[in-house]
Design a protein. Sequence first.
Length: 277
Amino acid sequence: MNQASSNAGIPSPNSQGPTPSSLSWRFLRVWQRNWDVYIKTWKINFLPPLLEPFFYLLAFGAGLGYLVGQLTFAGKLISYSAFIAPGLLAINIMQNAFFENTYASYVRMYYQKTFDAIMATPLTVEEIILGEIFWGASRSLMATALMMLILSFFGLLTYPWALGILPIALLGGLAFGAVGMCFTALMPNIETFNLPVFLFITPMFLFSGTFFPLEQLPLWAKILAGFFPLTHVVELTRALALDTLTLFNLGNLFYLLIFTLIALPLALRLMVRRLIH
């Protein structure tokens, strides 16, 4: 991809990664641009988070839930639908941010040449990418709020604790959005995004405690699940949804914070290298 690196508004990239001088609140202009495009097709964008809970609850809650019946979680006897509802929210957080900052960001970068146009403005490359990642996190937050609205009608969330899921959606969105942007910087073409989806997203989807308790997994799978960021999002959303918060969940929150603080600057650095060099 031949990116125009001689635009007047682009400073020389710092080989050590993003610096405070290369970042400012101007990144919100990138967020605003994506928001303006989003609201033009809001009816289509709102449908998936509204319909997805129905499909999952029908297939897993009513179908598989009939076979499972009730289960014990954190000393409480709950229905299977109540168990998987927070897992569905966590999957929603992961997918919205990750796919927004992989496929959608790649289309804006490569096919629509949106990044090239913005790079002709005073915004730095780091600000463009930070705006993209925050937009991916915002997509997770908006979709999570919509899903919570639907799940609330089924009585599957415990308020006011469930409101704490919203900041977790934003933090998780930043984590998965940053990881998605790392893959966007590394993938040579849009077809190769199938690799991170298959090797990164699918294992988390299956082994992060979304559809069954982690205690049922063998030891090696439990250890592996502990490294997945989705596992910690699931643990936090489930604890908030069912009002079962413990000190253990502080570890989940700490993991997500550290993961985000590592992935975010890494994404900025990799994208600067791709767009400038």
